[in-house]
Design a protein around this ligand. Structure first.
Ligand code: ACO
Length: 703
């Protein structure tokens, strides 16, 4: 990757004497950006381009070429890649559009194959280029003038990436790298992240993602990167329509947003909702000192705005320093007598700039207070210019010692102060929520970095036993397991199922029901009847022998009428499960992220409220427990209104085991345990229904 980010020489294939051509713009940016290596414009006509000797072909270049930027029409790209490969080029950045994003996937595959044959890597196609501060290299067709710094941006969107050049300059965000991944035919975010995590010039990484390819690797890579550096992600396609637009824009698969959101949290990635929020975060994260604790103090001259900031702290999980004795001591000599030293520290509207400065100085000098949130409402007592100088001085004195954010509220003169301070990199905002949000991001990232990575214990599962059940079912042309087969898998998973037995006659039904104990449930057993309830093949809460006899006859009658050709193997008699809290535990093979586990509360919680949590599998006990605690309806499992706490540990065990199974058995596409009934602590769980879908071995039609 060094040849991509710190190349000794760059060729631009498709540079031209026409200054409007994209290739020529790239050469102009390389020269204008101060790159010290060799630059070789390539054009069949040769001659000179922007003062550099142009070569008719890459073969004609005498020296070695580390990096080639390809800016010629799609039809010529394959031949150009071949020529680069023969020349020994390390990386080719293909700007050209017109590949998989418009359905030309085969053409894209061919260029990757050709590059691979020569051991060359490809960035793109369909990209705007690359900027790397390590080499002072701006090999993009952006507006130029990239401000160097410590934020690396990796963008799937070309246009947004290019626009970020201007935006970062305007927002005083300095860049260590700006890379466009486009169609990700070869190099993708994971490859770039693996380089950037070790890049000393990069302290924060911002990813803009539209669709995920290679999600399993991305999750593994991100988890490692966030142990060392903050990663902020913006992903478009949150809404259903947005996801469709993203898929058609880049030709990549847009994963379900809920899965993406949860998996990013699992990896310790900070997901921003807007580009502006992401900028606010990365700018703050790249300049703020490492926190020494997480208890902030709000200093304000307005009570209302102080309350708003308190709300914002709760929303962004920023704790407020709460030792009232220390607060009183700290502020007693530095604030008006009518002010309040409770946190928010309210200096009131009469506070002068000097009062304000003294109070902030006190917070920033006090070791027990970890960060300052400084709020100011415009009043007649402190003039804006005086304020500009005051905040600049405060920030200058403390910026390396403690995280500080400012929020100023007022008219045109306050706006002017905000603009002038922001231009100099001071974290000042107009809105209180905007000010607190980067502090929340800093703390989340810091907590994540201080956390021990979870060791995932080996699973004690007989995967081969499960696989043989799948093979037998697959040989019958089915892509799902029958109840007895699923029960055998459940046994391997240590899942407590209700006691059950299959009856093949009326007499057997009565005998088995009395052995299991009333009340019982009855269900048809037939591989030809998949939707048992729809077929009238289920009867619940049967209290005695008479009800069992009636139900047995009704079930057979209904199912024969529903599907006369169905082979009926019998009727399952099962223990009627006592009511408890109904949950759903599932696992599936996600098209973007591979094996994923899911947990939620059953019924309306999952259907209406979509209150479910996802994690990339396999998961260890800590992640399984966190997953359970992360759903909104978790308080129901903790016990509300005098109910006792529910037995969630065995649920975590089930999540772990099915995560291992779906990882070890790639044939399984879906497992759903629904409902998994959870009882009071020590009373355990019961899995009422287990559905397993799988991909039958090739050549066998799915049932
Ligand atoms: N080797 C060297 N030079 C070549 C070759 C070759 N194999 N083939 C052609 N050239 C020359 C051409 O003769 C021309 O030079 P000239 O002006 O002296 O005649 C030059 O290379 C460029 O070729 P053109 O045919 O003029 O192509 P043009 O520059 O108009 O377009 C481009 C090429 C920019 C790659 C275009 O095909 C394209 O894909 N545009 C979209 C780029 C894009 O948007 N990328 C996506 C991400 S960024 C975003 O979304 C904002």
């Amino acid at each position: 990757m060094k040849r991509l980010f710190d190349p000794r020489s760059v060729a631009v294939i498709g540079a031209s004497s026409n200054p409007a051509k994209i290739g020529t713009r790239v050469v102009a940016n390389i020269l204008g950006g101060g790159y010290h290596g060799d630059v070789y414009p390539i054009n069949p006509r040769g001659g000179e381009i922007l003062g550099c000797t142009a070569y008719p072909s890459i073969e004609a270049v005498e020296g070695e070429v580390d990096l080639a930027i390809i800016s010629i029409p799609a039809a010529g790209v394959l031949a150009a890649i071949d020529a680069c490969g023969l020349k020994g080029v390390g990386h080719a950045v293909v700007l050209t559009s017109g590949f998989s994003e418009i359905g030309k996937s085969e053409e894209e595959r061919q260029i990757v194959e050709a590059a691979k044959a020569h051991g060359m890597r490809i960035l793109g196609p369909n990209v705007f280029g690359i900027f790397s501060a390590a080499a002072s290299l701006d090999a993009t067709f952006g507006p130029g003038g990239i401000r160097p710094g410590h934020v690396a941006i990796v963008s799937q969107s070309g246009a947004l990436g290019i626009a970020m050049i201007g935006k970062t300059a305007a927002e005083s965000v300095g860049l260590s790298a700006l890379v466009s991944v486009g169609n990700k035919s070869d190099l993708d975010e994971s490859d770039l992240l693996e380089y950037l995590v070790d890049d000393e010039g990069t302290s924060v990484i911002l990813l803009y993602i539209e669709g995920v390819k290679g999600g399993e690797r991305l999750v593994r890579t991100l988890s490692k990167v966030t142990e060392r550096k903050p990663v902020v992600v913006i992903k478009s396609g949150r809404s259903t329509r947005g996801a469709m637009a993203a898929a058609s824009h880049t030709g990549s698969l847009a994963g379900a947003d809920a899965v993406f959101d949860d998996l990013m949290r699992q990896c310790g990635v900070l997901r921003a909702t807007s580009v502006q929020e992401a900028f606010n975060w990365v700018r703050f994260l790249s300049t703020a000192p490492a926190p020494s604790g997480t208890e902030a103090v709000i200093v304000t001259n307005g009570g209302g705005i102080g309350v708003l900031a308190t709300d914002a702290c709760e929303a962004y999980d920023v704790k407020l320093y709460d030792d009232q004795t220390v607060l009183k001591e700290t502020f007693s000599g530095v604030m008006p007598t009518f002010g309040s030293s409770k946190n928010p520290v309210d200096l009131t509207g009469g506070a002068s700039a000097e009062d304000y400065e003294r109070a902030l100085d006190a917070v920033l000098e006090e070791e027990r207070m970890d960060a300052a949130i400084a709020l100011y409402c415009e009043t007649a007592t402190a003039d804006a210019d005086r304020f500009d100088a005051l905040l600049r001085d405060l920030y200058g004195r403390f910026r390396d010692r403690k995280p500080i954010v400012f929020s100023l509220f007022g008219g045109a003169s306050i706006d002017r102060v905000i603009r002038s301070l922001r231009a100099d990199g001071v974290p000042v905002f107009g809105d209180v929520y905007e000010a607190v949000s980067p502090l929340g991001a800093l703390y989340r990232s810091w907590r994540g970095q201080g956390r021990e990575p979870e060791e995932i214990p080996e699973a004690s599962l007989d995967v081969e036993a499960v696989r043989s059940i799948l093979v037998t079912a697959g040989a019958e042309g089915r892509g799902f397991l029958l109840a007895d087969e699923a029960a055998r898998v459940a046994e391997e998973l240590d899942l407590p199922l209700p006691a059950s037995a299959v009856a093949r006659s009326l007499e057997e039904a009565v005998e088995k029901a009395s052995r299991i104990g009333y009340p019982v449930a009855m269900k048809i057993v037939s591989k030809d009847v998949v939707h048992k309830s729809d077929a009238g093949g289920v009867a619940l809460d049967l209290e005695d022998e008479t009800e069992v006899v009636d139900a047995y006859q009704a079930i057979l009658r209904n199912c024969r009428a529903y599907k006369p050709t169905a082979t009926i193997e019998g009727v399952e008699i099962a223990e009627m499960v006592r009511p408890g809290i109904e949950t759903i535990v599932g696992a599936r093979r996600d098209p973007s992220f591979g094996p994923v586990v899911m947990f939620g509360l059953g019924g309306i919680y999952v259907e209406v409220m979509k209150d479910v949590a996802f994690r990339a599998a396999p998961v260890g006990p800590r992640t399984a427990r966190e997953m359970i605690a992360s759903i909104r309806s978790y308080p129901l499992l903790l016990g509300v209104r005098g109910e006792s706490r529910k037995d969630t540990d065995p649920v975590a065990g089930v999540i772990e085991r099915i995560g291992h199974l779906v990882t070890a058995c790639p044939e399984i596409t879906d497992i759903e345990i629904n409902p998994l009934v959870v009882y009071d602590q020590e009373d355990g769980i019961r899995a009422v229904d287990v559905r397993i879908l799988f991909d039958p071995p090739k050549g066998v039609k799915r049932g």
